[in-house]
Design a protein around this ligand. Structure first.
Ligand SMILES: NC(=O)c1ccc[n+]([C@@H]2O[C@H](COP(=O)([O-])OP(=O)(O)OC[C@H]3O[C@@H](n4cnc5c(N)ncnc54)[C@H](O)[C@@H]3O)[C@@H](O)[C@H]2O)c1
Length: 428
């Protein structure tokens, strides 16, 4: 695995757990040193134990030595980042191409090179061209094998995927890939073969569709708020239709994370290149951006526009629960806003202190839920960690007249009302 981030580390560790001998390579030496000492650089439930077990059994090793890893492997996965270029929708593929160039230097015997990074249609052709400059065609095959794991559920998603998508240009490769994934196919994963380009687009289309679902229910939630309807009823009513499905149909903050924001933009930019107007996805991107502003305004409204010197507590600052990933989290928008308006903000996140907020004055990380909540004027629930689902607010806030803004609809409004707590949620 070249690139030991969320995808490379989880996939590499899980492949080792299936009995393969795996090298996880990263250019970040600090990360490699940590991992060699059994310390996971990311928060992912169950990952620490899995790393430990596979390190001990010597099926898994971590290194920054690309040459050694390439020479000793039959299969090479590219798992590096594909962020959005600054001030555009274009995908920055420099990490992928750099790795392709790097591995081409060390290929002396036949290798299967699999791209797992999320990339625009036609990237596979470019990877083949780059490697083909240095390596004879009979010494390598290119495969596209997009990853669908969700942070927070990554190990389960790897071990029990709905489908495994393989893009390649010959049957021999499909057979070899089937062999690699056999243990997961036996447990019921659908094994789906297509072209490189097909596999690349399946990933983008899936993420854009899921982002559309979230955005759609968020807009319905706005209508519910104005008409006195409970959006949860709409989610159940709609989601019970098998054609629609209930997942990704819960109203809440704007979607964030390392995938949906960049992949929706990536789809728009590759479609633009082929002069295709992705009007729906463009609207989704805009609506999601607006939602960050809308929920920030809602906080102001809840506080009657009086934020100066108010003690505000944020529970969960990552883009969702069970991850430490801060990429594109709504909290990166509303916390700076509250600070600018003079709020005194504390946050608690089970995944710990966040370096993204290191420089913010008047913002403090508390290492327990109760320390973060005591004396608060407003508590904002931004993510749905289990720890946040049954809080005795009166007991931990230790004062009257505080407010709660529950952006994840974790609580029953009626029950909090009975306790005389001023409670606000999303779309109800
Ligand atoms: N995070 C997710 O949930 C997820 C899910 C599915 C797909 N993906 C896709 O997978 C890809 C990787 O995502 P991620 O979240 O794991 O990224 P990440 O940023 O967490 O990790 C990428 C790693 O690659 C390393 N790297 C970069 N260049 C390198 C090089 N030349 N040699 C060795 N290592 C190098 C970086 O140091 C980093 O550790 C992206 O395309 C992403 O869209 C991510």
């Amino acid at each position: 695995m070249i690139g030991t981030g969320y995808v490379g580390l989880v996939s590499g560790t899980c492949f080792a757990d299936l009995g393969n001998k795996v090298y996880c390579v990263d250019k970040d030496k600090t990360k490699i040193n940590k991992l060699n000492n059994s310390i996971s650089p990311i928060y992912e439930p169950g990952l620490d134990d899995l790393i430990n077990n596979n390190l001990k059994s010597k099926r898994l090793s971590f290194t920054d030595n690309v040459e050694k890893a390439v020479r000793e492997s039959q299969i090479i996965f590219i798992c590096v980042g594909t962020p959005t270029k600054q001030n555009s929708n274009l995908v920055d593929l420099s990490q992928v191409y750099k790795v392709a160039k790097l591995i081409s230097r060390y290929i002396k015997s036949y290798k299967i090179i699999i791209n797992k990074s999320t990339v625009p249609v036609t990237t596979g052709d470019e990877i083949e061209r780059i490697i083909g400059k240095k390596v004879k065609k009979n010494l390598f095959d290119i495969v596209s094998n997009p990853e669908f794991l969700r942070e927070g559920e990554a190990i389960r998603d790897f071990k029990f995927p709905d489908r495994i998508v393989i893009g390649a240009d010959n049957k021999k490769i499909f057979r070899k890939m089937r062999l690699l994934y056999e243990p997961l196919i036996k447990k019921g994963a659908k094994f789906f073969c297509t072209s490189w380009k097909g596999a690349e687009l399946v990933k983008y289309a899936s993420n854009a569709f899921l982002a559309t679902k979230i955005t759609f229910i968020n807009e319905i939630a706005n209508l519910c708020e104005s008409t006195g309807i409970n959006v949860e009823d709409i989610s159940v009513g709609m989601g019970s239709d098998a054609r629609i499905g209930s997942r990704f149909l819960r109203a809440g903050p704007a979607y964030g994370g390392s995938c949906f924001p960049k992949d929706t933009k990536g789809l728009v930019s590759i479609a633009d290149k082929f002069k295709i107007n992705m009007s729906i996805v463009k609207a989704v991107i805009k609506s999601n951006h607006n939602r960050k502003i809308l929920l920030t305004k809602r906080i102001s409204k809840i506080m009657n526009n009086k934020i100066k010197n108010k003690k505000i507590t944020v529970l969960g600052v990552t883009f969702k629960a069970n991850t430490d990933d801060m990429r594109e989290s709504s909290s990166l928008v509303f916390i700076p806003y509250l600070l600018k308006k003079g709020g005194i903000v504390r946050y608690y996140d089970p995944s710990g202190f966040k370096k993204e907020f290191k420089k913010n004055k008047n913002l403090k990380f508390e290492n327990t839920l109760s320390k973060a909540c005591v004396g608060a004027d407003l508590i904002i629930i931004n993510t749905e960690w289990d720890e946040f689902k049954s809080i005795d607010f009166k007991k931990i806030v230790k004062k009257n007249n505080f407010k709660i803004y529950d952006m994840r609809n974790l609580y029953n409004p009626g029950e909090l009302k009975k306790k005389n707590i001023k409670y606000y949620s999303v779309g109800r």
